[in-house]
Write a protein of this length. Structure first.
Length: 377
């Protein structure tokens, strides 16, 4: 149409930073596509919002090829000559040296932070505080939908106790967000790292596996929105809310050292080592029974407590019951009565079912059934 712009004419676009890009002859991508490609090229390695659903194994390479196909249609005045092999090697070496220097400087800075500010007792108290908060939330969920009066009363006592203990821990800890770990990282820094690990090392593999065998779980997980980084756990790769339901995601925890106290505890309390230190430990207590278990608490109640996303993702698949076979029924029944009437009815039925067997049924009735060797009835 005459009013449509000619996308083959020379076009210039000023990108963020003031760099002017000019579309090469024959290029068909628009300025909007160029800016989107420039944005994607800088985000496609670190931006969780962009990468959240790039779970297919070839998705990243496909997006990278798409971006480069657009960028190759434009030039920005940079040196376009092909670099020699020596120049490429020199560039790679400089880049590696710069990264090594940055890494060494960062490790030194973290070590200095640990030496100056790390307090093991305070860090442990912070973990206890997080655990008490998760316990409080767990028992509150029970109170919201109790299975019995005894269970509600027990849960209420536990909530009160957890809140009191958490208050004492807060006095000892101070601001939990200012507590360094033994590597020199603050909770907010760990949460950001854990969100990326959750996506790459749990979400992606889970979706790839569920696509093959679990359509219901696959759909539920695919529809999971990107968690707010502030709502991630600082101690494992799960959103902190999951810990309220005794769900942890410790992706990189090695088994306890052989012969250590931790190994002994792990044998005595299955699930103890695998759970996040910030998660409620109710499941372990429940396994020990009274007085640690809530009255009348069952796995079905735990599933009912879960939000829909967690229930769809983590609750066991419902057992598919085989449809019950229909109970065999007689061909006909003859109620009790005068002998003449009974005999007349039987004669009538004999004409209709000449090979049937007569059996005595309930309440004095006679029943006609197919003969055992009669396959035509």
């Amino acid at each position: 149409m005459a009013n449509e712009p000619d996308e083959t004419r020379p076009v210039q676009v000023t990108a963020p930073g003031g760099v002017i890009w000019t579309r090469r002859p024959g290029g068909l991508s628009t300025g909007t596509q160029l800016l989107e490609a420039l944005s994607a090229s800088t985000r496609m390695h670190t931006d969780v919002e962009l990468l959240w659903n790039w779970w297919e194994e070839d998705r990243h390479s496909r997006e990278q090829s798409r971006v480069w196909a657009i960028l190759e249609e434009w030039e920005n005045g940079a040196d376009q000559r092909e670099q020699t092999e020596e120049e490429v090697e020199a560039f790679v070496q400089r880049w590696n040296d710069e990264q090594d220097a940055k890494r060494e400087a960062e490790e030194k800075r973290r070590a200095e932070l640990v030496a100056q500010s790390y307090d093991k007792d305070r860090a442990n108290a912070r973990l206890q505080l997080l655990r008490k908060e998760a316990d409080t939330a767990f028992f509150q969920h029970v109170i919201d939908k109790p299975a019995s009066t005894a269970q509600r009363e027990d849960a209420e006592r536990r909530v009160a106790r957890c809140k009191s203990e958490a208050e004492e821990l807060r006095k000892q800890v101070g601001d939990p967000e200012e507590v360094l770990d033994e590597r020199g990282y603050l909770p907010a820094e760990r949460r950001k790292q854990h969100l990326g690990e959750h996506m790459r090392y749990w979400r992606y593999p889970a979706l790839r596996e569920l696509r093959k065998r679990g359509r219901r779980r696959f759909t539920a997980l695919l529809n999971m929105p990107v968690p707010d980084v502030a709502r991630m756990c600082s101690e494992c790769q799960a959103p902190a809310e999951w810990h309220e339901y005794d769900i942890s995601l410790c992706l990189f925890r090695s088994p306890p050292a052989e012969g250590s106290q931790a190994e002994v505890l792990a044998r005595l309390m299955p699930g103890w080592w695998e759970r996040c230190h910030a998660s409620t430990g109710y499941a372990i207590g429940h396994g020990w029974g009274e007085p640690h278990a809530l009255p009348d608490f069952t796995g079905e109640q735990w599933q009912a407590m879960l939000p829909s996303l967690l229930r769809s993702t983590f609750a066991p698949e419902p057992i598919k019951k085989k449809p019950a076979k229909p109970k065999p029924q007689p061909l006909a029944t003859v109620p009790p009565g005068p002998i003449a009437e009974v005999m007349a009815k039987l004669q009538e039925l004999q004409a209709k079912y000449p090979t049937a067997e007569v059996r005595q049924g309930n309440r004095g009735r006679w029943e006609l059934w197919p003969a055992k060797d009669d396959t035509n009835m």
